[in-house]
Design a binder for this molecule. Structure first.
Ligand SMILES: *Cc1c(COP(=O)(O)O)cnc(C)c1O
Length: 348
């Protein structure tokens, strides 16, 4: 099998952890592992003196937790809705009855930042929710501009960096972000099942709401203070996370990893232009390449790759639009072979 979806090809030493006996969770040994994971995670995202929660649950669980515990303490949320993930912030606010303004951004387009400022001045939100990268289309939003807009107005900034953590440069402190979230099956490149919340030092002592029992911030933060989780953790995933974080720290940290992902993205995009596939994203992220082929709604490419080559890429929201992740292990040879195979099934 060849995988260009999330998480893609995973390092063999990480996969092997899943087949070995694992330790009991209520031990000092497990606590020490989690304390170390927290320290490395905060380093990788530049969040000095901050905290993390590591949840057993996918990225959407972390998004829900943020709305239940934090966004619900605010008077009005402002959401960037540039695709299915942005729309999820909006749906969560609606679900929990938080007043919210949904700022729609057209498919694969960047935000019109001047217009955004005008709208924010009209709506007067006190919390801003966005994605760093709207993974459904491949557009990377400009966090520096967003951060400036929020900072000047004292609006709290919460960013879903699920698909950019370790794929794009990201300095949480410099950007003044209060909460970031990510999950394990994207840039961390281990199996799905855990999500990570990063809390800036600014939130120390904040009075969170208690609107969800399982995801309660105070409960989870106080447990993780001693390296524990309130409920049974997905122990193996915590061990894989720790091994992966140690590996990253030993391989040049986030900078080296981002460079590797960026190089794969650049190489695949050169193949796209060779085959005549347009990349619609106005500011594409390194994380994935979203590209337009001549395929139809029948998805000949998607089905052909699976049936003939046991190879997986991600269909997008439009006929002929596909996405290839660059966060898993992949060589230039792999990508050349992939592009040739995509072209084989493309209707001529
Ligand atoms: C993958 C992803 C999510 C969450 O997905 P889960 O399937 O719940 O892990 C949320 N936001 C973005 C930007 C993503 O790429």
């Amino acid at each position: 099998m060849k995988s260009y979806v999330f998480p893609g090809e995973i390092d063999a030493s990480i996969m092997q952890i899943g087949s070995r006996p694992f330790i009991y969770m209520r031990t000092d040994e497990f606590s020490a592992i989690n304390k170390e994971s927290e320290r490395i995670l905060l380093d990788l995202i530049h969040c000095k003196g901050g905290r993390t929660i590591i949840y057993t649950g996918s990225g959407t669980g972390a998004m829900s937790a943020v709305v239940e515990n934090y966004v619900s303490t605010k008077t009005k949320a402002f959401v960037i809705d540039g695709g299915s993930f942005g729309h999820r912030w909006y749906q969560l606010c609606e679900y929990y009855g938080v007043p919210v303004y949904d700022y729609a951004v057209p498919f694969a387009k960047d935000i019109d930042y001047k217009d955004l400022e005008t709208r924010i001045d009209e709506e007067k939100p006190d919390v801003f929710l966005c994605q760093h990268h709207e993974t459904s289309t491949g557009i990377l939003f400009d966090l520096e501009r967003i951060s400036n807009i929020c900072r000047r107005r004292g609006i709290s900034l919460v960013v879903d960096v699920i698909s950019t953590f370790l794929a794009e440069p990201l300095d949480m402190d410099a950007l003044g972000i209060d909460i970031c979230i990510t999950s394990t099956q994207k840039g961390l490149n281990i199996p799905p099942g855990l999500s990570v919340l990063f809390f800036s030092k600014n939130l120390e002592g904040y009075s969170f709401n208690h609107r969800g029992y399982y995801w309660d911030f105070d409960q989870n933060l106080s447990n993780l203070m001693r390296g524990q989780t309130p409920f049974s953790p997905a122990t193996i995933l915590y061990l894989q996370l720790n091994a992966r974080l140690r590996q990253l720290a030993g391989e040049g940290g986030e900078t080296a990893n981002i460079a590797r992902v960026a190089q794969r993205a650049a190489f695949f995009r050169s193949l796209c232009s060779q085959y005549g596939w347009e990349v619609p994203a106005e500011r594409p992220s390194n994380a994935i390449t979203g590209f337009q082929t001549r395929d139809t709604a029948e998805r000949w490419i998607f089905r052909g790759l699976i049936e003939k080559y046991d190879t997986y890429i991600m269909p997008g929201g439009k006929p002929g639009f596909y996405r290839v992740s660059h966060m898993g292990l992949q060589s230039e040879e792999d990508l050349k072979e992939l592009a040739a195979r995509i072209s084989e099934f493309e209707p001529k």
